[in-house]
Design a protein around this ligand. Structure first.
Ligand SMILES: Cc1cc2nc3c(=O)[nH]c(=O)nc-3n(C[C@H](O)[C@H](O)[C@H](O)COP(=O)(O)OP(=O)(O)OC[C@H]3O[C@@H](n4cnc5c(N)ncnc54)[C@H](O)[C@@H]3O)c2cc1C
Length: 290
């Protein structure tokens, strides 16, 4: 169920907010009992259905706050698109080493949406991913409280890396408003090493990550359109053939788009949700379990 369907289900238009300031974001969060947080909304059909009163689009919450070229650090608001950030960094011969062959990240993908999803990309094994690049963030919790985690220092060992909890949490714990990211010299970015590269088409798609030992068997069984041996990741048109201990994310499969089965992990995720968003206001159900 997405935008129009959500509205239909409730028999009225969803309220849409496009905050450009922290005050506007706080007002939006405090005005509703259940909200969906949105970047550009590209995740669309991948999303697990959530029942909400309003949508908070972070698109207007954009812009580069600071680029420290010498220290290879950029501070950016989360409605900024990856494309806009890469263009600005390129002027100083820097970038985020996000694999350019990654299927369908969408040119308008926002940094907030990408970090909240933390999906694989085609240079991940060689250059790391969002969990490596995000060294600090600012978030707003559902009750309007703001928090700053991490810092501009790349090696930050004081206390928990709380920002890591928000990476991949699909907007269920808080709204990420600002990111502090490591940047890389463009000349240092390695080549992608893909074993398959074809267009995926518009039909059902799954991303499958296997154990390295099962990667070649998975390629033979699933027939991926794009495959990266370095990170054992396959992008498959249709349904992949499952491998032991693999991880699969599907488009357009509703609650089956992400399945987490480990009861201990589910209990920990529920405790994090209870702490950060005790009223269950943000993206209710979007992780499938919390
Ligand atoms: C078929 C398909 C395949 C894709 N495959 C890949 C892939 O393999 N790798 C990849 O990197 N990308 C992939 N993407 C793209 C990826 O889904 C989007 O790049 C990502 O969703 C960001 O887009 P968006 O800005 O529109 O965010 P949205 O789609 O609007 O949001 C994505 C999630 O992030 C949350 N969110 C958004 N902004 C914030 C914020 N500021 N704070 C907290 N939570 C927030 C939302 O609530 C939602 O849960 C794929 C997309 C499609 C359609």
């Amino acid at each position: 169920m997405h935008r129009a369907q959500e509205a239909l289900a409730r028999g009225r238009q969803l309220t849409r907010h496009r905050p450009a300031t922290l005050e506007e974001l706080r007002d939006a969060l405090l005005s509703h009992r259940a909200l969906r947080v949105e970047g550009l909304g590209l995740q669309g059909a991948w999303a697990i259905p959530v029942e909400v009163e309003a949508v908070v689009s972070m698109r207007a919450f954009a812009g580069i706050v600071e680029h420290d070229v010498a220290d290879h650090v950029v501070v950016v608001r989360t409605g900024t698109t990856l494309q806009a950030l890469q263009t600005a960094l390129a002027e100083r011969r820097q970038c985020l080493p996000f694999g350019t062959s990654t299927p369908d990240p969408g040119p308008g993908s926002t940094l907030g949406g990408l970090v909240a999803m933390s999906l694989p990309h085609t240079l991940e094994a060689q250059s790391g991913s969002w969990r490596d690049w995000v060294i600090g963030m600012r978030v707003m919790l559902a009750d309007g409280t703001t928090a700053k985690c991490g810092s501009k220092a790349v090696k930050n060992v004081a206390g928990f890396d709380v920002q890591k909890l928000f990476i991949g949490a699909r907007g269920t714990l808080g709204v990420i408003t600002e990111l502090t990211l490591r940047t890389f010299a463009t000349a240092s970015v390695p080549m992608e090493r893909l074993t398959h590269i074809e267009a995926l088409g518009d039909g059902p798609i799954a991303v499958q990550r296997t154990l390295p030992a099962n990667f070649h068997a998975a390629c033979q069984a699933s027939g991926p359109k794009v495959a990266d041996a370095a990170s054992s990741t396959l992008w498959v048109a249709g349904e992949p053939v499952r491998q032991p201990e693999d991880w699969v994310l599907r488009r357009g499969a509703g609650v089956n788009s992400l399945s987490i089965a480990d009861p201990t992990l589910i209990a920990m995720m529920r405790r994090a949700k209870d702490r950060f968003d005790p009223e269950g206001k943000l993206n209710p159900g979007a992780m499938g379990v919390v």
